[in-house]
Design a protein around this ligand. Structure first.
Ligand SMILES: [Zn+2]
Length: 315
């Protein structure tokens, strides 16, 4: 069973700060309605529309929100944490929808190359990586094993690319917490300035208990790792630059990917496509093999992903 979740990285600006030890959350309005009565803190909506509600919570209560979404709704994410109210309210604007870039052509014309790499994907490699990541007691963003697990992913990806001088694998160190994100870059041969991102979150949820997070989200990172293995073994040389990312601190409000997105905006990086893999191991609440998220994602890219699934996965 596979669910593929695509998500655009949301970009926003910093402004008036939350009280010390507090965060503003922009949360999916439907999710908020479902969970608000189960939260001990009984948070009030500061502003909302049918898609997004903004609330303020203490840091410890952010973890309560995350835990309830996982336990009661059997899903991951659904909210972003912010230091400022203005930044949180960016999520209320329709304009944050990813614009369709008319210069991007979505065509399927590389069947021979792609089919060879798809046929080479090995289930046992994905299982092994899930097991190795799950063996960390937790991959929580402030824990020692959370820090170590990101270094393990970086070393694993670097080993797969050790014969390639056009590939680098780096740790992206964050400002407010010790766990790093991982970024692997394959430089494009014809359009190196145009960037395609394939990512998933590397952290897991708990700092107090064992949190192997095999499905959420060792599975996504393991799938990405096997894609990297196949691309490297087939000596794949992309025309555009491809970046593989393992995000730190997703479970507490997408901190890792937010900071990376801001750093990309600061230097005006041209990101032409983003896909995120989350919970690719376990069948969730819907009776589907693969699910594409349709809010805050690019419609044209989603259509293209659907056609790619028909062409190569056939489910
Ligand atoms: Zn997840």
């Amino acid at each position: 069973m596979k669910k593929i979740i695509t998500a655009s990285l949301l970009l926003s600006t910093l402004s008036a700060s939350a009280a010390p030890g507090s965060k503003f959350l922009s949360i999916n309005s439907q999710i908020f309605e479902k969970i608000k009565h189960q939260l001990d803190s009984k948070p009030q909506s500061i502003s909302s529309n049918d898609k997004v509600t903004v609330i303020e919570l203490k840091d410890s209560q952010v973890e309560e929100v995350s835990a309830i979404i996982h336990k009661r709704l059997n899903r991951c994410g659904g909210f972003m944490a912010h230091e400022s109210l203005l930044e949180a309210q960016e999520g209320l604007k329709q304009s944050i929808q990813t614009p369709v870039d008319p210069s991007i052509e979505y065509t399927i014309n590389q069947q021979e190359t792609v089919q060879a790499m798809v046929s080479d994907i090995k289930e046992e490699n994905i299982r092994e990586m899930i097991t190795n990541l799950s063996n960390f007691e937790t991959r929580y963003y402030t824990s020692k094993t959370g820090v170590e697990s990101s270094i393990y992913i970086q070393k694993t990806w670097a080993k797969l690319a050790k014969h390639r001088s056009d590939v680098k694998v780096e740790l992206f160190q964050h400002k407010g917490f010790p766990q790093a994100s991982i970024i692997m870059t394959i430089l494009g041969s014809e359009k190196p300035d145009e960037i395609i991102i394939l990512g998933g979150h590397a952290d897991s949820i708990s700092d107090e208990h064992m949190a192997p997070g095999a499905d959420d989200n060792a599975s996504g990172i393991a799938s990405i790792t096997e894609v990297i293995r196949s691309l490297m073994d087939h000596d794949f040389r992309p025309k555009r630059t491809i970046k593989f990312m393992g995000y730190a601190a997703e479970e507490v409000g997408l901190f890792g990917s937010q900071e990376i997105a801001r750093s990309f905006r600061k230097v005006q990086s041209k990101v032409v496509g983003v896909m995120q893999l989350d919970m690719t191991l376990f069948k969730g609440t819907v009776d589907k093999d693969i699910v594409l998220i349709s809010d805050y994602t690019n419609k044209e890219q989603n259509k293209f992903l659907g056609r790619l699934i028909d062409e190569y996965v056939k489910v």
